[in-house]
Ligand binder design. Structure first.
Ligand code: ADP
Ligand code: MG
Length: 386
């Protein structure tokens, strides 16, 4: 689960990480009051959406007067922000953070994530923070400092000081950095975080270290034990289809290809997507309909797949282990009857009662291509969706 920048910063402050003064507003009418309360003469208007790259997308606006702040808010409120990290539709802006403009000396990067390969919590840091950190990582990976911490051990002050020196921090800034990194680590451990990031972590002209941005991704599976974090969820920022799917216990993720996939089991779904790619196609979605598939769930799945803008064909790949393939076939037929079908469809059934299931589909009045072999099914759907 992702949260907004203002929510991340409020958590930062609770863990002794310094952030600039800021006030969150929900409409332009509150802008001038917020500016006055902050007592600055330069403000930064920051759209709160669950995506990075807001600066590049026009969602971070530097303002030198209250009038400029109001104009920026008017422009942003109610619109969708498109950034290099969103899709073409973007994300809705209903909250804006007005922040005191900072005199930035340096922009650093600091992040923590779980590195499954080394089985450690990995601290990533760089002197080249700011809006192009992805480019730095791709083109000059030597500029990214990596430091692994054993999750059963601890991060020490000495570790922090050593990373601070690699970031060329000096004097009082080393103490501030140590506090910041220990705070981030504490949040990471106590709140079951997948990824936490400050980009940029700035030093100011008057020698302060501040978190100018904040991104946190929490482990969904651990949310049950963090009510305070679960409360921060903002569903307006999440994919409507994925939310709708989860109501039916379907695991659904929109992708940008042309072949809709309906598969039971996450592993089989991944393998099916690989096979589609292998034969020159591209999946429009990931969908795991789960083990005990019902006709109602199959119908919902069809509905969701057919709302994908680019979808040109559907591949159904079901392995009947617990469920019987003839029941699945009946479910598919009922679903098509209910929601209609205007795309080519290939169905591959394997497992218990597969021949009976395939026969039911072949005998139906709908134009369904059946296959017993997965490779043949993938080749067929790529051909029909071209
Ligand atoms: P994003 O990463 O989504 O683009 P950031 O919050 O990192 O959004 O802001 C982008 C850039 O805008 C920062 O790298 C920084 O240069 C500038 N910026 C953001 N907040 C402030 C601020 N309070 N004062 C001055 N500059 C800021
Ligand atoms: Mg940023």
């Amino acid at each position: 689960m992702h949260i907004h920048e203002y929510q991340a910063k409020s958590l930062f402050r609770k863990f002794n990480i310094q952030t600039p003064v800021a006030i969150l507003i929900n409409n332009t009418e509150n802008a001038s009051k917020a500016c006055a309360e902050l007592g600055c003469d330069v403000w930064v208007v920051k759209a709160q959406v669950h995506a990075g790259g807001r600066g590049k997308g026009g969602g971070v606006i530097l303002c030198h007067s209250i009038e400029e702040v109001e104009n920026a808010c008017n422009k942003l409120f109610g619109s969708n922000l498109v950034t290099p990290q969103t899709d073409a539709k973007g994300l809705p802006i209903s909250q804006i953070l007005i922040e005191g403009g900072q005199n930035i000396k340096r922009e650093l990067y600091l992040g923590l994530l779980v590195d499954r390969q080394t089985q450690k919590i990995t601290i990533l840091a760089s002197t080249e923070g700011g809006m192009d950190i992805e480019k730095v990582a791709a083109e000059s990976p030597e500029k990214i400092i990596k430091f692994g911490v054993d999750p059963l051990g601890a991060l020490t002050e000495d570790d922090c000081v050593s990373i601070a020196s690699k970031l060329e921090l000096e004097g009082e800034l080393i103490n501030q950095f140590t506090k910041t990194l220990l705070g981030l680590y504490e949040i990471f451990i106590t709140k079951d975080v997948n990824l936490i990031e400050i980009n940029p972590l700035i030093t100011t002209i008057d020698n302060n270290l501040l978190a100018l941005d904040g991104k946190i991704d929490f482990d969904d599976n651990a949310l049950y034990r963090h009510e305070d974090i679960a409360e921060l969820r903002d569903t307006s920022q999440e994919d409507e289809k994925e939310n709708e799917a989860s109501k039916y216990q379907l695991n659904y993720i929109s992708l940008d290809g042309t072949i809709g996939c309906m598969v039971n089991g996450a592993g089989l779904a991944m393998a099916t997507m690989d096979l589609i790619e292998h034969h020159g196609g591209s999946p429009a979605n990931f969908l795991d309909v789960g083990g005990g598939t019902t006709a109602e769930r199959v119908a919902k799945a069809f509905e969701l797949i057919q709302t994908e803008a680019n979808v040109r064909g559907i591949l159904v790949n079901i392995f009947g282990g617990i469920v019987r393939c003839d029941l699945i076939a009946e479910g598919i037929l009922q679903a098509i009857e209910k929601v209609g079908l205007n795309l080519p469809i290939v169905v591959r059934l394997e497992g218990t009662n597969a021949p009976e299931g395939l026969k039911l589909l072949d005998e139906s009045t709908f134009n369904i291509h059946t296959e017993a072999d997965l490779t043949q099914a993938a080749i067929k759907i790529v051909e029909l969706s071209a």
